[in-house]
Design a protein around this ligand. Structure first.
Ligand SMILES: Cc1cc2nc3c(=O)[nH]c(=O)nc-3n(C[C@H](O)[C@H](O)[C@H](O)COP(=O)(O)OP(=O)(O)OC[C@H]3O[C@@H](n4cnc5c(N)ncnc54)[C@H](O)[C@@H]3O)c2cc1C
Length: 438
């Protein structure tokens, strides 16, 4: 081996300082191995965009005492599911103050940076402001990375470089993402007095509330909106599959977000707020069917780069952290054996299959296909019907209630013929069967 190669050689290189990369690197460092974590941003988290909530239990698996020192915003105690019509809405809410919070709202710029600093304390060598341009491959084995400045070599390279993962594409582990398999998400962080947040969302100082928004400007589109409460800011945004924007009448995502913000049920929540930040990011949406090959000789792929996101539940950071941890454990086993072949690293895939990650993605394997096929029914017609049912139910107009019910039912069948209703029902059964049984 040449001198320079010897000098620049470490045991493991992890590319990407998001939750997946940090969890992976810290797992390897804790086992006493040398690991370099390379992040292109000015600091870990500086490039990262999310809603969002991080989940307590999986985060504790990586940082058992994170609640003592991590920059957390609020403990989420309420989930609201709002179906937005043109000028009305139906909202279902679940509220519970768990003694042990399920999730916290965080600002990724602060939270990822905190995780990276903790990882450094445990021995991870963090290299920031460095972009990995390419993987170095020799005899079909990944042996290092090329950055703008230098080449670095390692026994194992772990790709935690997020949804686009150009590096996984370079070595053929991933194909180019199709527009239907990825959502474009736009979001704003809005400054608002803490007291106003508490009043408007009916929460105390350290409590948080999450809104999941259906319909409104996204009516008939495969997408969702969201609101998260932080200490003295609100995050509001939406995510819509990219293929929705190919159509002639499609409006750009930021225009849809403006429409969402001016909806009569949303505008009062954010009134008098001040825009602090605007960002956009992709979210993997392909699910189980689009999980790429997860390892090769000298390489593993984790988190968003491996398309590990459960979009129905807005779970991504937890899948990232746990996949990172398992890849880290696999690297430790491989280092102890001195075997970095695909046969050795396949342990990562086998272990991942035993976890909730692959099991959940498998459970929802048909979700996106069904939603693509039936979006005008499930994400338009039925949403509108729910709102019009409650409009009818709450009306007081001196008409007998039975007449109101029958008018509602007649309209229902006038707008949708029984064959279509049967088809919608068939798809719903297929989906449920997949979720509960097969
Ligand atoms: C709008 C939105 C809302 C979301 N809400 C939630 C939520 O509420 N809860 C939840 O759990 N998840 C949520 N997610 C998903 C979640 O953000 C992701 O699943 C999670 O961040 C994935 O972590 P990761 O480490 O795999 O990738 P990332 O967090 O994307 O990190 C990848 C890192 O790699 C770095 N990088 C990329 N390429 C290179 C390179 N070539 N060289 C060096 N560094 C590189 C990037 O700068 C980045 O820091 C949301 C996502 C979006 C977009």
């Amino acid at each position: 081996m040449s001198d320079i190669r010897e000098q620049n050689k470490t045991e493991v290189i992890v590319v990407g300082g998001g939750p997946a990369g940090i969890a992976c690197a810290v797992t390897i460092a804790r086992a006493g191995h040398e690991v370099i974590l390379i992040e292109r941003g000015r600091f870990a988290g500086s490039k990262n965009v999310f809603g969002g909530a991080i989940y307590t239990q999986p985060t504790r698996e990586i940082f058992p005492e994170f609640e003592k020192t991590a920059p957390l915003e609020r403990k989420n105690i309420e989930h609201k599911y709002a179906i937005l019509g043109k000028d009305d809405s139906t909202i279902i809410s679940y509220r519970k103050k768990h003694e042990d919070p399920v999730s916290y709202s965080v600002i990724r710029g602060k939270f990822d940076r905190w995780m990276a600093e903790e990882a450094k304390k445990e021995g991870v060598i963090l290299v920031e402001e460095t972009v990995v341009r390419e993987l170095i491959v020799e005899n079909e084995t990944v042996i290092g990375v090329k950055t703008e400045l230098e080449n670095y070599y390692a026994n194992i390279v772990i790709l935690a470089d997020g949804v686009n993962s150009l590096l996984a594409k370079q070595i053929g582990l991933r194909e180019t993402i199709e527009p239907k398999d990825v959502a474009i998400s736009v979001k704003e962080v809005l400054k608002l007095d803490k007291e106003k947040i508490n009043d408007r969302f009916n929460i105390a100082d350290d409590e948080g509330c999450i809104y999941e928004l259906f319909g409104g400007p996204m009516l008939g589109k495969l997408g969702l909106g969201f609101i998260y409460t932080n200490k003295d800011t609100i995050t509001i945004g939406l995510g819509i599959t990219l293929d929705e924007f190919g159509e002639d009448d499609s409006r750009p995502p930021y225009e849809l977000l403006d429409n969402l913000k001016s909806h009569p049920s949303i505008a009062p929540l954010i009134k008098d707020s001040e825009l602090l930040e605007y960002s956009a990011h992709l979210i993997p949406e392909g699910g189980y069917k689009k999980i790429p090959t997860l390892c090769g000789a000298g390489v593993m792929i984790v988190g968003d780069a491996a398309m590990l996101v459960n979009n129905l539940h807005w779970e991504g950071t937890n899948l990232a952290m746990i996949s990172g941890k398992i890849a880290g454990e696999t690297a430790v086993v491989a280092l102890s054996k001195g075997d970095f072949s695909e046969n050795s690293l396949i342990r990562y895939q086998n272990e991942l299959e035993k976890t909730f990650i692959i099991k959940d993605l498998k459970t929802y394997k048909d979700l996106m296909d069904v939603m693509h096929a039936q979006k005008t029914s499930y994400l338009d017609y039925y949403l509108r019907k729910i709102n019009s049912f409650f409009e009818m139910f709450t009306s007081v107009n001196s008409k007998p209630k039975r007449e109101l019910y029958w008018n509602f039912i007649k309209n229902y069948f006038k707008e949708k013929n029984p064959k279509e209703i049967l088809k919608d029902f068939g798809y719903a059964v297929k989906l449920l069967w997949g979720i509960l049984i097969k």
